[in-house]
Design a protein around this ligand. Structure first.
Ligand code: MF3
Ligand code: CO
Length: 245
């Protein structure tokens, strides 16, 4: 799973360097797919329940599952969420981040920072013996303490030889509920955070989720294993330290 995760990390690390005004989301999708194939991996989202592309690209008030298109050109000041997953030798990796396009306003900077920190708070709870919703509660607490809101309709998930395995991991709720975390379990932790109300709706394309009130939204995700020594982030280099994205 770390090998799958490293392909996801490598692709997103390449993509974020290419994000700038004038780039279309379709170009990013094509680069993501090419990166996966070059590394003998299969883009996991393509054709998943009919999803048409390899990457999800969600701009500003789009929350998740935005579909890359030649008609969507990034412009200065936008924020772009990129979500990517692959299957490599039967195992899955799944990760996402939100990046600025050029210079963005401070409110958007705060949204990106708090959402990344919420993921970090969640990851800190990944310890054998903790309960699943200890992660949920830590994410929600950080987001709401910073005056932002947590999306309810989409959740994290366990992951392994399928992209979505049995466990669902909400980004809100009481701590101390759900199964105990055990070494060997792997979770995709993926807070989605809105500036305004938590409510979202899905567009007529059947995929793109946007905030109901038109406010901005951000999304950060990593695939994280439970070990006897705490969390192991599988979607980044093992020796990495500091901010998770
Ligand atoms: N990271 C998302 C998830 O965990 C990616 C799914 S997009 C889809 O659900 F197109 F594949 F559905
Ligand atoms: Co996921």
């Amino acid at each position: 799973m770390h090998r799958a995760g490293m392909i996801v990390w490598g692709a997103l690390t390449e993509l974020r360097k290419r994000v700038q005004p004038g780039v279309t989301t379709l170009e990013l999708d094509e680069q993501a797919e090419e990166y996966a194939r070059k590394h003998k991996a299969r883009p996991a989202f393509k054709n998943y329940h009919g999803y048409p592309k390899s990457l999800c690209t969600s701009i500003n008030s789009e929350v998740v599952h935005g579909i890359p298109s030649a008609k969507r050109t990034l412009k200065e000041g936008d924020i772009l969420s990129m979500d990517f997953g692959v299957e490599f030798e039967g195992y899955y990796g799944d990760a996402a981040l939100t990046v600025p396009v050029g210079k963005i306003d401070p409110k958007r900077e705060k949204l990106l920072r708090v959402t990344r920190e919420a993921l970090e708070r969640g990851i800190e709870q990944v310890r054998a013996g903790n309960r699943l919703t200890d992660i949920s509660a830590a994410v929600q607490e950080w987001v709401e303490r910073n005056g932002l809101s947590v999306v309810r309709e989409f959740v994290g998930h366990s992951i392994g030889t399928k992209m979505h395995e049995d466990l669902q991991l909400p980004n809100y709720g009481e701590p101390g509920r759900g199964p105990r975390l055990q070494a060997g379990m792997v979770l995709a932790i993926e807070p989605m955070v809105n500036v305004g109300s938590p409510a979202v709706k899905v567009l007529d394309d059947k995929w793109t989720a946007i905030t109901e009130d038109g406010s901005d939204s951000a999304h950060f995700e990593h695939t994280v294993a439970v070990t006897e020594n705490g969390p192991w982030i599988l979607t980044r280099p093992r020796e990495a330290a500091g901010p998770v994205w």
